[in-house]
Design a protein around this ligand. Structure first.
Ligand code: SF4
Length: 340
């Protein structure tokens, strides 16, 4: 219940959310910008990635399943065109009162890993759809050569009323972790890509995995502190999932590491939110692991329950985004983190 409801339903909704979410959620951001809930449609552009095609390796990142972190997209792929995938995805919303606009999310594998003319055709098709307000492309910083940046620039010019976001899978700033997960590029590569995208005014969302083997709470908070000083648009905090068929699953089964308990994860999330620059939009605070592939932690399948527990813990502990954020210009720009 709102104590002082206004006549503006969006404002009321945002205020109601703020009571439970003392952080900047993507939902709230989109509602404020578009006046309605905007859903993401996961697409598969038929890409592969350098960690799988032999360029950097063939076994992929240690945690990544055969679907290239895009199982929801892969499920509707069936070799169909982007246009057909959008139509198919919209049909799944049926008659639900969900609003009329969507974000096309190139989720599976590396969304910029193809010839520039093919990328242009894919992005152009998605951006041309009248119900699509923008596209979000998941990729790697080492897959953004000038030719790809030129495609993005061209799309920016041709669709000035729509947005193009880039999502970078950094996962951690630490060298030992990057080597262990077989990420395949150094932190300096991320910094260069980020600078190039920011020079083009492309909003960047960074993916971080919490609970990676060998990382302490201090390690994870160092990643959050570092990103808090990089002027990024958004961040996705994702709980480490152990998925069937991955090398991480073999490590887990031989007892090399254990997954975070729900309590430990909620506690960690509260600290991450405290440390996070209040200007950054939180695009995700859990994970969306495919149910049929998930080995651990199974408690994460109760997403609603996890979110409710988080919101209760935030409230009880007086946490809010930026509570422990300290503006330290320059300190996080270089040297304070290790590099590959
Ligand atoms: S996480 Fe991304 S870069 Fe790593 S193997 Fe999967 S698709 Fe490739």
């Amino acid at each position: 219940m709102l104590s002082n409801p206004t006549s503006d339903p969006i404002e009321n909704q945002l205020r109601e959310e703020a009571l439970y979410k003392p952080y900047q959620s993507l939902n709230a951001y989109l509602k404020k910008k578009y006046g309605e809930k905007i859903y993401k449609i996961a697409l598969d552009g038929g890409f592969t990635c350098p960690n799988r095609d032999g360029t950097c390796g063939t076994r992929g990142c240690i945690f990544c399943s055969a679907g290239g972190s895009g199982e929801f997209a892969t499920a509707i792929r069936q070799n169909s065109s982007i246009d057909a995938q959008i139509t198919q995805a919209l049909a799944r919303f049926g008659d639900k009162q969900t609003g009329q606009r969507f974000i096309a999310y190139f989720q599976a594998y590396t969304g910029t890993y193809a010839a520039p003319e093919r990328l242009y055709a894919l992005y152009h098709m998605a951006l041309s759809h009248p119900k699509i307000v923008g596209i979000s492309i998941a990729t790697r910083p080492d897959c953004l050569p000038t030719s790809v940046l030129d495609v993005i620039k061209r799309c920016q010019t041709e669709f000035p009323d729509k947005f193009i976001w880039i999502e970078l899978g950094l996962q951690s700033i630490h060298e030992k972790t990057a080597l262990y997960i077989r990420r395949g590029y150094p932190l300096s590569c991320f910094e260069e890509a980020l600078a190039a995208l920011q020079a083009m005014s492309v909003p960047v969302i960074v993916h971080v995995i919490l609970g990676l083997p060998g990382e302490t709470q201090a390690d994870m908070l160092a990643t959050i502190d570092y990103l808090s000083h990089k002027n990024i648009f958004g961040i996705k905090l994702q709980l480490l999932h152990v998925l069937r068929g991955t090398d991480l699953a073999a490590e887990y089964e031989r007892g090399f590491f254990s997954c975070l308990s729900k309590e430990a994860y909620i506690d960690l999330l509260c600290s991450c939110i405290d440390h996070l620059n209040p200007a950054i939009i939180l695009h995700r605070v859990t994970g969306d692991g495919p149910k049929d592939l998930l080995i651990a932690p199974t408690w994460s399948l109760q997403k609603r329950n996890v979110l409710n527990s988080l919101h209760k813990a935030l409230k009880a502990g007086g946490h809010y985004q930026g509570r422990d954020y300290i503006e330290r210009k320059g300190i996080h720009d270089t040297g304070s983190v290790d590099t590959l």
